[in-house]
Ligand binder design. Sequence first.
Ligand code: NDP
Length: 325
Amino acid sequence: MFRALVVEQVDGKSRASIQTLDEAQLPEGDVTVRVEHSTLNYKDALAITGKAPVVRKFPMVPGIDLAGTVEQSTHVSFRPGDRVLLNGFGVGETHWGGLAQRARVSGDWLLPLPEPLTSLQAMSVGTAGYTAMLCVMALERHGLTPQQGEILVTGANGGVGSFAIGILKQRGYTVVASTGRMAEAERLKRLGASEVIDRATLSEPGKPLARERWAGVVDSVGSHTLVNACASTRYGGAVAACGLAQGLDFPATVAPFILRGVSLLGVDSVYAPRALREQAWAILARDMRELIGQVAELIPLEAAIDTAGALLRGEIKGRVVVDVN
Ligand code: NDP
């Protein structure tokens, strides 16, 4: 028997509760993992509260991230006792996820826990931190270097934003953080921002082209913020778009793309190829351990339901790690 956070649908509404389940109820998969830590990402909060149709099958154990130890495996790459990590692949959406003491998954979705990270450290990074790393890698594949100028990070106090600031700073970039919580400016500066701006300067409809400022952008917000970020990106610069905290819409003109050669780079973490995942996690494990210790708070499984609501209300700073035991 094991404990899990379960989302069910009752009279067309989502209901989340902590339940005790039998291992026989676990879904199909060739690896069973004894989960140690999971996380609460924006998507998990949507799944738990039912605020958006993230869950595709009920009942569902949410949790798009997990880290722990292999208990049973018929997969060629994993043996009992191996330390593993999982992000995405529809886990917590279409297949039972990490907010439980056990998970049964496809071994093709697992990565070995990157040395020397503990499961707590890996989950402090979680999908949000790994996505921030994918965004920075996308900008650097485009040719971005620290010498080119300031980088804008939107949604700065969130999980993706906090990690993006720390990663960029560690790699030598000058970071400008955009936030709705100016009272947290000192926290953002400690993470590595050299300037903090109010997100209200970006979140309303603006001009097709604005003053050229950013060499690059990491945007987890979407909507008018993403449009204005593109409009104020310098000639030849790039914008990595990974999120929709303000909105799914993109009410833009093509002006920045056709008149300034700005590139909009889409970033997806869920089905990112294995080689990219391994590269992102290798950099995080090698270079970002100091940052990892600064960004997360730890909560028990019982607190995950209330914390999901707080996350969607914008009350959480950085990352939330869930100790499922
Ligand atoms: P968080 O909730 O931790 O952070 C989101 C941040 O966005 C908030 O902290 C807030 O920052 C800002 N924000 C919230 N509401 C608004 C608003 N109405 N207008 C402008 N800014 C707002 O979420 P995550 O960091 O985990 O995820 C951020 C986004 O990235 C989500 O949309 C998520 O779905 C997406 N995502 C996408 C992935 C992918 O694979 N493409 C992977 C991971 C996340 P502040 O208070 O500083 O203003």
